[in-house]
Ligand binder design. Structure first.
Ligand code: AMP
Ligand code: MG
Length: 392
């Protein structure tokens, strides 16, 4: 059994970005990571641009100008302003070449074609210089940049339609258990509805992996070997739910052994999720998660989530955490580290009732996991706690 910190380290040392790229349209690249830098094909802005609704002035030191026209956004003005002349101009419009400043309309007085300036105008004021954001030929975004909505908007503004991104790992989810019944089927005595593959599959959706292949197996050795074998052949990452404990009908460990998956670790000194397995076969990674739903999801967020993001080329792959004071008191039994389902709000965190590893309802109410290290046994109100914030 290894410590939580060691499990994290071993995952970092064993899950790497796939060195493969794909080309995606910017509208379909959210959450992907740039495989190579994007060099700007143009200046942004592509012309000297007005940052205000106001007046463009030729030689900004005068106090009275003659108005000679108007330029609105989208116009290609042919106007050449002479000294002492001005044009009405609007935000985003081309500033005429000989204009030296734009004065906002609130600081002017207009009388017919005469413009009076109230106050001092500085050179270049309210003019966005050509290429102010990025110059043609310069790096617009570096290799490794995460494509957020802002990044995709920025790339669109320099005319980029497609980007070369790291391929995300393909994922298989294998749900094991004789007791599992698919949604829509009547529930016979002794059976339960299958929820883990749905929960893990939708967690992956939030990471931009929309099409994991779902397999289901009964608790037999042959089926378990056969199905995990198929999953391994076709996918970069295999997530297995259940069957990894020491019961007589838990066949996942034996199957992974038979399939020559090399164990990196098995069992973490934590609650929930002690029987977590992480292994590799060549470059493929395998997580065998405990079947208890809340334990499976805890292990997903703490271990699979960062591994998936890392394999997708992300460099900032862990869940975010903060230190927050406890709004409740709580006893931690035993000497394992514990992840408590909790609700964080307004800088404080409350550990929720109902921490059993079978209880998903508590998880559904939580927005955070509180990490209590192995050696701590009691939390009093006001204790600073390490709070891992769950993505939604
Ligand atoms: P196991 O790890 O296979 O011993 O399963 C532990 C507990 O989790 C048992 O109560 C199982 O019925 C339950 N369980 C296992 N897999 C699933 C699943 N896919 N959906 C819902 N519950 C599950
Ligand atoms: Mg089972």
């Amino acid at each position: 059994m290894i410590a939580v910190e060691k499990a994290w380290r071993l995952i970092d040392e064993n899950a790497f970005a796939l060195e493969q790229f794909e080309t995606r349209r910017v509208t379909e690249a959210l959450g992907f990571v740039l495989f190579e830098p994007v060099v700007s094909p143009m200046h942004l802005p592509p012309f000297r641009q007005s940052a205000m609704d106001g007046f463009a002035l030729c030689n900004h030191q005068h106090s009275i100008y003659t108005l000679v026209g108007e330029v609105k956004a989208g116009d290609a003005p042919g106007i050449t302003l002479k000294n002492g002349e001005a044009v009405r101009i609007f935000t985003g419009a081309v500033v005429p070449d000989t204009a030296t400043a734009v004065v906002m309309q609130e600081k002017t007085k207009v009388d017919g074609t005469q413009l009076e300036i109230l106050g001092v105008v500085e050179a270049g004021q309210n003019i966005r210089p050509l290429g102010e954001q990025v110059q043609e030929g310069d790096t617009a975004l570096k290799q490794g940049a995460l494509l957020t909505p802002a990044a995709l908007g920025f790339l669109s503004s320099i005319g980029i339609q497609e980007v070369k991104v790291f391929k995300k790992p393909t994922v298989a989810i294998v749900g094991t258990g004789n007791e599992l019944t698919d949604l829509g089927q009547p529930l016979a005595k002794g059976k339960i509805y299958e929820s883990n593959t749905i929960m893990l599959g939708t967690s992956l959706c939030a990471l931009g992996c929309y099409d994991p292949t779902i397999y289901r197996v009964a608790d037999t050795y042959e089926q378990t070997v056969d199905t995990i074998g198929k999953a391994l052949e076709a996918h970069d990452m295999v997530l297995i739910s259940g069957g990894i404990s020491v019961g007589d009908y838990d066949f996942v460990g034996k199957a992974l052994d038979a399939l020559s998956v090399n164990p990196v670790f098995y069992k973490v000194n934590q609650k929930p999720g002690k029987p977590l397995f992480f292994g590799k076969k060549d470059e493929k990674v395998v997580f065998a998660l405990p079947g208890n739903p809340a334990a499976a999801l805890t292990c997903f967020y703490l271990y699979v989530y960062p591994a998936f993001r890392r394999m997708s080329g992300e460099t900032n792959f862990q869940l975010q955490w903060t230190l927050e004071r406890s709004a409740s008191a709580c006893i931690k039994n035993g000497n394992r580290a514990q992840f408590f389902k909790a609700l964080s709000a307004e800088g404080k965190v409350r550990i929720l009732e109902g921490q059993s590893s079978a209880m998903l309802q508590t998880f559904a109410l939580a927005n955070a996991l509180v990490y209590v290290p192995a050696e701590v046994s009691e939390i009093t109100k006001g204790t600073p706690l390490k709070v891992w914030h769950l993505p939604n």
